[in-house]
Design a protein around this ligand. Structure first.
Ligand code: IZC
Ligand code: ZN
Length: 421
């Protein structure tokens, strides 16, 4: 082995290469006094104290908890500007959609993203990714949708591609041109949808810049029928599908996502019982975003009902400059227990294996098993309950990320190269 993690007080991990649903979501492996060996950037060995295993380097985990690297399966992380001016509007009672309808919200981020250069966006987003890494995230998803023109969507997706090459966090790119109707198409939604289908989507597909396509399916943004049409078009270009569904109003978005064969449906705050059944029947992963409910002061998605109905639930941040300017997935983990009433074991699965499955990475990461990427978090915690119970502090001690290089993030926030594979 290249590296041996010794003296792990407790190793906690879901097991498998597919999403865990229903009872399976809480059936995780808990190994006290564990040892993990890493070879060529992959997990090479998982054992108990006393098992013999040769290694060139070893790292004493000091009796701490070790989990898989966290997977943030829903972010809008590459954007220009911020939206702190919306705070005053919110405090005066303006809703998320009021701000969007008045030309703010997503459209103000579109302005800032269009005027920023590719390099500026890379530098800004790189710092955000380092912050996420030091909070335990080793893989994330990132959506476009702040360009809303061919050139600007391609620019945003190229930023994501460049960052994937330099960041310690692996990034899965999602094309979300159907995020809002840009101001030059105000009053002509049909015209924008034609542009999306005839020009932007084919260009994204030609450059192979995205693995997924997402739509903001909401009656005030893209209707269920429009969303369905855009997603089916994306599928014909070979993209896997996702949908922002039932975030603000119940609109049958979950049923639409299930009908088009989406990998995941996201938000689902207002999803009906029929919608939950459709997700369970079609094995659609529910990506739930509790920090957005917190930030918008909205109800929380019915995660407990979803798990009990056999839906695989993932939890992510939704990090974006408007409805959730919080990139700390540990906050979403606290809310997953406190507000969704998931158990720590269910919530761990939600931010690891189920998150990985929601972005088609469950064969590579999301659990600590021989053959998977060596993506691990060493926590300043003695057991699993502790990281869901403590709140407001970064509880990460170290993060380890595979790749050509074995990178380690120290709790001080600095990155160190441990060894080169
Ligand atoms: O920038 O407001 N919900 N899209 C759908 C967002 C939130 C991101 C934003
Ligand atoms: Zn979102």
């Amino acid at each position: 082995m290249d590296l041996l993690l010794t003296n792990i007080g407790l190793l906690a991990t879901p097991i498998g290469t597919t999403a865990r649903k229903g009872r399976e979501q809480r059936e995780i492996a808990l190994i006290p006094d564990a040892v993990v060996g890493i070879r060529n950037g992959r997990i090479g060995f998982v054992g108990k104290r006393g098992d013999t295993c040769e290694a060139s380097l070893s790292l004493d985990c000091g009796g701490r908890l070790v989990t898989p690297g966290l997977v943030d399966s829903h972010t809008h992380l590459a954007f220009g500007g911020w939206r702190q001016n919306e705070l005053a509007l919110k405090l005066e009672g303006a809703s998320y959609l009021d701000i969007l309808k008045a030309g703010g919200g997503i459209l103000s981020t579109v302005e800032h993203t269009r005027t920023a250069s590719e390099d500026e966006l890379v530098e800004k987003t790189r710092a955000l990714l380092s912050e996420m890494f030091c909070h335990g995230v080793t893989t994330c998803e990132a959506k476009s949708g702040y360009g809303l023109s061919t050139a600007d969507e391609l620019k945003q997706l190229r930023v994501i591609r460049s960052l994937n090459e330099v960041s310690p966090v692996s990034i899965v790119p999602t094309f979300m041109g159907a995020h809002a109707v840009p101001k030059e198409f105000a009053g002509n939604r049909g015209g924008y949808i034609e542009l999306l289908i005839d020009e932007i989507l084919p260009a994204v597909s030609r450059e192979n810049l995205a693995e997924f396509c997402d739509v903001f399916c909401e009656s005030a943004v893209f209707t269920r029928e429009e969303s369905r049409r855009i997603l089916l078009e994306a599928a014909s270009h070979g993209l896997a599908l996702k949908a922002h569904a039932d975030e603000i109003e119940p609109g049958g978005g979950a049923e639409m996502a299930a009908a088009v064969g989406a990998v995941s449906a996201e938000h689902l705050i207002e999803t009906s019982d029929e919608g939950i059944r459709a997700l369970a029947d079609k094995n659609v992963i529910a990506v739930l975003l509790p920090a957005t409910s917190f930030y918008l002061d909205k109800p929380y998605a019915r995660a407990r009902n979803m798990v009990d109905a056999g839906v695989a639930v993932a939890v992510a941040t939704d990090f974006n400059p408007g409805s959730c300017p919080c990139s700390n997935i540990q906050f979403a983990m606290n809310l997953a227990c406190l507000k969704y009433k998931l158990s720590p074991a269910e919530a761990l699965t939600a931010v690891t294996l189920n998150g990985a499955a929601a972005i088609n990475r469950a064969k590579l990461c999301g659990s600590i098993e021989v053959g998977k990427q060596a993506d691990l978090v060493i926590w300043n915690a003695p057991d699993l309950e502790y990281i869901f119970y403590r709140c407001g502090s970064n509880l990460v001690h170290n993060v380890i990320k595979n790749g050509k290089e074995l990178l380690i993030c120290l709790s001080s926030g600095t990155l160190r190269l441990l060894s080169t594979m």
